[in-house]
Design a binder for this molecule. Sequence first.
Ligand code: GLY
Length: 416
Amino acid sequence: MKVLLLGGGGREHALGWKLIQSPLLDRLISCPGNPGLATIGDVVDDVDPTDPEAIVHLCGAHGIDLVVVGPEAPLAAGVADALEASRIPVFGPTRAGARLESSKSFAKEIMASAGIPTAGSATFADRDAAVIHLERSSGPYVVKADGLAAGKGVLVTESLESAIDWVDDCLGGKFGDAGSSIVLEDYLSGPEVSLFYVCADGDAIPLQPARDYKRLLDGDEGPNTGGMGSFSPLEDIDDTLVDWTTTHVALPTLRELAARGIDYTGFLYIGLILTSDGPKVLEFNCRLGDPETEVLMPRMTSDLLAVLEAGASGGIADFDFSWSDRYAVNVVLAAPGYPDSPQAGLAITGIESFSDVHIFHAATRESDTGVETSGGRVLNIVGLGDTLSQARERAYGAAHQIDFEGKHFRTDIAEE
Ligand code: GLY
């Protein structure tokens, strides 16, 4: 099978690494890919992965049998719709399904209609109405840009003044159209869990849970980022929570979408928070998590490609993923200036083979002298071990040895 993988971050490198292990795979092409993906397959970096027509054309030119979509942007742009219209199998939802992520207010509407537990919320496009709502609330305040903002459109703050500033930033264009309306949510507290499903034909098959670290600095301080690290499995979570989420969140969501004429095929990411009042949904995404995928792929022992191919053509009902018992810990190496203005063009040294460590490229590029930074989250360093602390030691051992000027990483990922 010839597979086109859309995306070029750490999640896609981890997905590509997993896909090439399938006996079903003949050729992997990534678009736009990255230097890590270029070591395990072909890369097409002169086609825009969010351009539906260009992707359909690329598939025709290479005889692609299956398209796997990593990030949300191509889905929100309608790439899956165009592929479906051209009868090219694709694993990823249509633009209508991707609204679960591209519109937080739509996700809230689906949750409300399906009776899914989540934080109370209200959506505003009007600044004064939003400010009145905030002034009538008690903190902490949660302000979210309604649209896609690469994980950076959310502010959680104790300060009313900062919350109002964030409203002004969003409505004032900091996130472009994504912030032209905002969602104000009730604050919830508790441990967070990321759960993922492979969905097709009304079925939802769970992957194992993972936990990510969204804040930039140790101790969950600093601004929200795309994610600074992750680990799996989680010792405080058992199958009961996964079963509960399948029954009370994933399947009702698919049914609610189906009732609206949306047949959802693709990954579904459910961000849960375990409150004293029970689990509640924080967010939906129409893709796998990043940096969670980087710890899940090395632990998955099933043939992912076989499942995605079956999903793209309908039938996954009897499938069950199998997993290794090993632990995986991912430490993200970020560029100086991340998340606001990451510095590109910094030479990276020390990327070599470490025992029981996977290095998944994210924001890297080739230069005349080697690999250099090209954005904020540069590399994912994933340590594997028989215990969480062993996996952690391996990840941090390599994270210290790989270097670039101004390298930054959290030191408390998977700390027990
Ligand atoms: N790990 C957060 C995200 O993928 O959005």
